[in-house]
Write a protein that binds this ligand. Structure first.
Ligand code: SAM
Length: 267
């Protein structure tokens, strides 16, 4: 089956307007956290520096407005019964949850705690080591209260230290940080592991569905969509990351199994 992958260069607040109502089956969003400082903290014992990305710096009211706008647009383009997954840290996840709870016709099904067993140490030694991210799974219900959940696939295809194969999957997932083998086409400061996207995509979509990522970054969502026979749309506002996505998808498409994938870059 041929799959299509569209990478759109630009600000998602603008570019989402071009996507028709109810045309997307699944949204995965990994938006700005608003945790960056103009100058990140470093530590003499490691090369790690805390976030200092310009796309991740907002004023308080500006951040709320931004989150409300992109979430509303994503629910507009989502089909009835479609799912929206958003990931974040304590810096943004409560605000995102508050906004989602207040949107009409939207139901939160689960929140997932992603535990990272090899998380970075805490540089200040003035608080606990952050070793989780949080995901919200919400569905656009309409009147029929139906959503896609591939229950058997979740039991058979999700496995980790606390989720044995063949059993119901819990809402705590153990997945290590993105390994270097997944960064061979170039670096991105907040690249998600393939395994995280694989779990979301197999749970809430079928082959041939269309998946949207409004904050595509290094293109993990597009890549996993391609690997699993889904179509994808990624929006990214930094040119260098659009180039990275293109490189990553072309490399994957050239591999034996994915000759059928068509990649379109829209500037
Ligand atoms: C947290 S990262 C996403 C990382 C991605 N999940 C991955 O696995 O590589 C957020 C990305 O959104 C982009 N971004 C930030 N604001 C944006 C906006 N308004 N429109 C489109 N992209 C944006 C940033 O450049 C950054 O690459």
């Amino acid at each position: 089956m041929e799959t299509n992958h569209k990478i759109i260069f630009g600000d998602c607040l603008e570019k989402l307007k071009d996507i028709p109502d109810e045309s997307v089956d699944l949204v995965f969003a990994d938006p700005p956290y608003n945790m960056s400082k103009k100058k990140g903290l470093d530590w003499k014992f490691s090369k790690h520096i805390t976030m200092q990305e310009t796309w991740d710096i907002f004023g308080k009211d500006e951040f709320f407005e931004f989150n409300l706008k992109w979430l509303s647009e994503c629910f507009r383009v989502l089909k009835h019964g479609g799912s929206l997954w958003v990931s974040g840290s304590f810096h943004n996840i409560y605000q995102l949850g508050f906004i989602i709870q207040n949107l009409t016709d939207v139901k939160i099904n689960n929140s997932i705690v992603w535990f990272k067993p090899n998380a970075q140490p805490n540089i200040t030694c003035r608080m606990f080591t952050e070793s989780t991210e949080h995901l919200i799974w919400a569905t656009k219900n309409g009147s029929n209260q139906k959503w896609k959940f591939n229950y058997e696939d979740t039991k058979n295809e999700i496995e980790d230290e606390i989720n044995p194969k063949g059993k119901q999957t819990r809402n705590v997932w153990v997945i290590p940080l993105t390994p270097p083998t997944e960064k061979q086409t170039g670096p991105h400061p907040t690249q998600k592991p393939i395994e995280l996207l694989r779990r979301i995509i197999i749970s809430c979509s079928d082959k041939g569905d269309t998946i949207l990522d409004p904050f595509a970054g290094s293109g993990t969502t597009n890549l996993v969509a391609m690997q699993l026979g889904r179509n994808s749309i990624g929006i990214e506002r930094e040119r260098k990351y659009v180039e990275l996505i293109k490189k990553k998808l072309s490399r994957e498409a050239n591999a034996k199994l994915f000759k059928e994938a068509k990649i379109v870059l829209e500037s």
